[in-house]
Design a protein around this ligand. Structure first.
Ligand code: NAP
Length: 303
């Protein structure tokens, strides 16, 4: 697939059929695109894995084997980010089980959240997250849905100094919370935010994404498929010819719209299926749409 995308790019360059942005972070078109985390310059691959509901399963041998295959495919293709939360019931434990079953922890960027009221309860929850995920150092600790932000950000800053957390973050998933998120970004200057952004939910373009760029904050994107609603919106429809120049599937069409935004660092689609993981990871390779094409994609979906 990668070489096919690369050839397409060459063809496109010759024909000028559709305008495509230069690909940054690509050595030869066969590696997943990466973007820097502004706080450190560390490169992060642009496609990750969300875990809401899809990893909330019993730790049976079969379930761990199928989830391990998804995680191993993620890292084999150059991805690393897995996003979870204590809110997602058994998901953190399943991540730990997958690591204990042999997935390479050092290839993973583990992002979880604190989602509880009170400082002490937050500390206990973060300790439990590390234990469940079989990890000493959590790569990214995010305050889930801005719950008790001031208290938890203090703990996260302390843990960062102690080396138990590498990056801080704030999350939300609704446009109605963007004002509150902006205020918290100014106040706490987190390393990351995580927000909803997709072809069907573009509000973040107005202020949150530009603010993240201004403040030097990395951005994870949740609900990239609006929890699957985007697939239902195009059900039975063919992709337009011009999109075939950069996307092999609707999933890649939706994800490339997201990760080609300059402020976006990584999208975290959730899936329980290996072939969907393969499809999603494909969005990290090959040509990306530029601004003109991105506008065309939005107009197409709106119509
Ligand atoms: N407040 C927060 O911090 C917050 C809120 C919401 C979400 N999140 C994070 O963001 C992640 C993603 O958001 P989400 O889980 O709400 O939804 P999503 O990623 O927008 O959509 C997931 C749905 O899309 C399907 N899917 C995935 N890849 C596909 C493909 N290539 N082709 C067809 N269908 C595909 C999945 O089903 P299959 O299993 O069948 O593939 C699932 O039903 C969450 O898992 C979570 O980690 C965080």
């Amino acid at each position: 697939m990668n070489s096919r995308n690369w050839n397409r790019r060459e063809v496109l360059a010759a024909t000028g059929a559709v305008s495509l942005a230069p690909i940054t972070g690509l050595a030869d078109g066969h590696e997943m695109q990466t973007k820097p985390i502004p706080a450190t310059g560390e490169q992060l691959p642009v496609i990750g894995l969300g875990t809401y509901s899809v990893l909330d399963v019993e730790s049976t041998a079969g379930n761990i084997e199928s989830r391990k295959a998804i995680v191993d495919l993620l890292t084999a293709k150059g991805g690393s980010v897995i996003d979870t939360s204590p809110m997602y019931n058994r998901s953190e434990r399943v991540i730990g089980d997958v690591i204990d079953a042999g997935s390479d922890r050092s290839s993973l960027f583990l992002a979880t959240k604190v989602w509880i009221d009170g400082k002490d309860a937050g500390v206990r929850q973060m300790q439990e997250s590390a234990r469940l995920m079989s990890t000493e150092v959590i790569d990214l600790m995010q305050v889930h849905n801005l719950r008790d932000t001031d208290l938890h950000m203090q703990t996260i800053r302390d843990w960062k100094e102690e080396g138990r957390i590498r990056y801080s973050g704030l999350t939300h998933y609704r446009a109605g919370a963007h004002d509150a998120l902006e205020a918290a970004m100014h106040k706490h200057k987190p390393d990351f935010i995580q927000i909803n952004y997709s072809l069907g939910e573009r509000e973040a373009e107005n202020r949150v994404l530009p603010l993240a760029e201004d403040l030097g904050i990395a951005v994870l994107i949740n609900r990239p498929y609006q929890a699957g609603a985007l697939f239902r919106a195009v059900s039975g429809k063919k992709m337009p010819e011009w999109a075939l120049e950069f996307a092999d599937s609707w999933g890649q069409f939706f994800l490339k719209f997201i990760v080609s935004h300059p402020a976006v660092t990584c999208a975290i689609p959730a899936t329980s299926k290996l072939h969907h993981m393969e499809d999603n990871l494909g969005a990290g390779f090959g040509p990306m749409p530029d601004n003109t094409t991105r506008r065309r994609m939005a107009e197409f979906l709106d119509s």
